[in-house]
Ligand binder design. Structure first.
Ligand SMILES: *[C@@H]1O[C@H](CO)[C@@H](O)[C@H](O)[C@H]1NC(C)=O
Ligand SMILES: *[C@@H]1O[C@H](CO)[C@@H](O)[C@H](O)[C@H]1NC(C)=O
Ligand SMILES: *[C@@H]1O[C@H](CO)[C@@H](O)[C@H](O)[C@H]1NC(C)=O
Ligand SMILES: *[C@@H]1O[C@H](CO)[C@@H](O)[C@H](O)[C@H]1NC(C)=O
Ligand SMILES: *[C@@H]1O[C@H](CO)[C@@H](O)[C@H](O)[C@H]1NC(C)=O
Length: 484
């Protein structure tokens, strides 16, 4: 056999083979239907198992008014694997013919092709929902949508479905009149937000249930919504934020006069507690109803330094559902919660004392600095630590070996504080860690400082017990201790 003959045979075999694929794979769309959405636009949809999506890359819908023409001369539209599309500029009263072809993964060339479907485009075109199952559903179901901002729409629905057979919903949406549909999959919920929409545009939306077998079913009727917020409170903002309160301000919706507003808020909190462990809290939702004439409202009894998620919706006279607008805001920081007192660990090398430092919980805000403050004993009154202002403490400086009789900062730590600290040992944070005078007694406290936009706040630990290098002067017995 010559090479030429071999090549010819090869081609023949290939042709025969590809014909076989095409002929044997007939695609049968389920519930294929056509419906007029305007007198120039038709919506075409059918049902397809979602489970075979991995194999189906998409579809080509062919349509024509002259089914005698070869397929390649028909008009067509290519869509992704959501079996839903729109065709425009149709002529009322004409019969259109349709065929659907599958584009599938791993199949070169054209995929399975459906039989012909014919529809007369009249203003009474057969609806997609004529069969009894969906007719009954249609009366019980609803699908609604309303813009929550200039870019987003909330969709909410009630679909009667068999809960044992439905795993979630697929929302289809596209610019009105275009055949480019996007979709969003959600779980068994009754509302969802569509974001990233075109401001002021009209979108057509429909929804289907995703069944346990992977089918799309229970299509609802499609609706149209304009991306322009009209049913929601407008210009929502938060002002006058304090550690325990904040003020919400808004303007009324444009479409109706609300009888009430519903304000719902919850909070999450993540912080490092005084034992160094990360804590995560979720605060329950609080709901408050306020008069429809109000445009500002104070949220009170809030937790400091906490992120609040706030929803506010306008309630119409019939109390029907309207979506909420959302805002998040964090309350201001507050002074840290009380700390435990520093513990005395022991005398090191005869002239240093090791103390164990407490830590402040960061529940009310991150601690910016810690100051370790040494207070030499005086024969006078016992003063509470908070009367020593940080400014005064920062001003006091002494030379090496000077006899110090006033409180002084011996070390500063930013944020992270060590577990143990040696009084009279190495310096920290630019402060002189003076050697202690063995003739004296001292007490130590820790000051945790939180820097807020409205000034610094601090919390002091209680005083430690009296410390002295001379163990006879100590109230508590020290353990002998050696540095390794
Ligand atoms: C199509 O609808 C528009 C308004 O929606 C109307 O003005 C027009 O007359 C209609 N055309 C036909 C052919 O019915
Ligand atoms: C394709 O669409 C155009 C515009 O709608 C129409 O004029 C034309 O007849 C269509 N072609 C076929 C084959 O139906
Ligand atoms: C349907 O179209 C006919 C004319 O073709 C018109 O007389 C009739 O009012 C239309 N019906 C509806 C429901 O629009
Ligand atoms: C959206 O639809 C409304 C009502 O059908 C119409 O008046 C408006 O012109 C449409 N807007 C756009 C941008 O298509
Ligand atoms: C605010 O609304 C969203 C849905 O739009 C919801 O998921 C969230 O739980 C609501 N938050 C509160 C505090 O009610």
């Amino acid at each position: 056999m010559t090479y030429l003959l071999k090549a010819v045979l090869c081609v023949i075999i290939l042709v025969v083979k590809s014909r076989t694929i095409e002929d044997s794979l007939i695609y049968t769309p389920k519930n294929f239907c056509v419906r007029l959405t305007t007198n120039k636009t038709a919506l075409i949809q059918w049902v397809e198992p979602v489970t075979i999506r991995t194999e189906i890359m998409g579809y080509t819908l062919y349509y024509t008014r002259d089914a005698e023409l070869p397929l390649k001369e028909w008009n067509s539209t290519t869509i992704g694997n959501s079996p839903l599309t729109t065709i425009r500029d149709i002529e009322l009263g004409q019969v259109y013919s349709f065929r659907v072809q599958v584009r599938s993964l791993g199949l070169d060339g054209p995929g399975p092709l459906s039989d012909l479907y014919h529809f007369k485009m009249s203003n009474r075109s057969r609806s997609c929902y004529d069969h009894p199952k969906t007719l009954q559903i249609k009366t019980l179901n609803f699908l609604r949508a309303s813009a929550t901002s200039h870019k987003s729409v909330e969709v909410w629905w009630n679909l009667m479905y068999d809960p044992h057979h439905v795993t979630g919903f697929q929302i289809f949406y596209g610019l009105e009149g275009s055949n480019n549909w996007k979709y969003k999959l959600v779980g068994l919920t009754q509302s969802a937000e569509l974001t990233g929409l075109e401001e002021g545009a009209n979108y057509t939306i429909t929804i289907a249930a995703v069944t346990i077998s992977g089918m799309l079913d229970y299509y609802s009727q499609e609706i149209t919504v304009k991306v322009q917020p009209e049913d929601v409170p407008l210009n929502l903002k938060v002002s006058d934020i304090r550690p325990d309160s904040m003020i919400l301000e808004w303007s009324p919706p444009t479409r109706f006069y609300p009888v009430k507003y519903k304000i719902a808020y919850d909070a999450v909190k993540d912080f490092i507690d005084s034992t160094g462990i990360r804590q995560h809290f979720r605060y329950e939702t609080t709901e408050e109803y306020v008069d429809g004439g109000i445009k500002a409202y104070a949220l009170r009894n809030l937790m400091p330094y906490t992120n609040y998620n706030i929803n506010i919706s306008a309630i119409p006279i019939d109390y029907s559902y309207r979506p909420a607008v959302k805002i998040t805001a964090r309350t201001d920081m507050a002074a840290p919660n009380p700390m435990t007192k520093p513990d005395i660990f022991g005398v090191i090398n005869g002239d240093n004392i090791q103390i164990l430092l407490p830590k402040a919980s960061e529940e009310y805000g991150p601690v910016s600095y810690y100051y370790v403050v040494v207070v030499p004993e005086t024969p006078y009154v016992d003063l509470p630590s908070k009367i020593f202002s940080t400014e005064e403490l920062l001003e006091n400086e002494w030379e090496e070996g000077e006899d110090i009789n006033t409180p002084y900062i011996t070390a500063k730590f930013s944020g992270k504080i060590p577990y143990a600290f040696i009084l009279g040992g190495p310096d920290h944070g630019g402060f002189k860690n003076h050697k202690l005078n063995s003739k004296k007694r001292y007490r130590v406290f820790l000051r945790a400082v939180v820097i807020t936009p409205n000034g610094d706040l601090f919390t002091d630990s209680p005083y430690s017990d009296y410390i002295s290098l001379d163990s006879n002067k100590m109230k508590t017995k020290l353990q002998p201790f050696n540095v390794i």
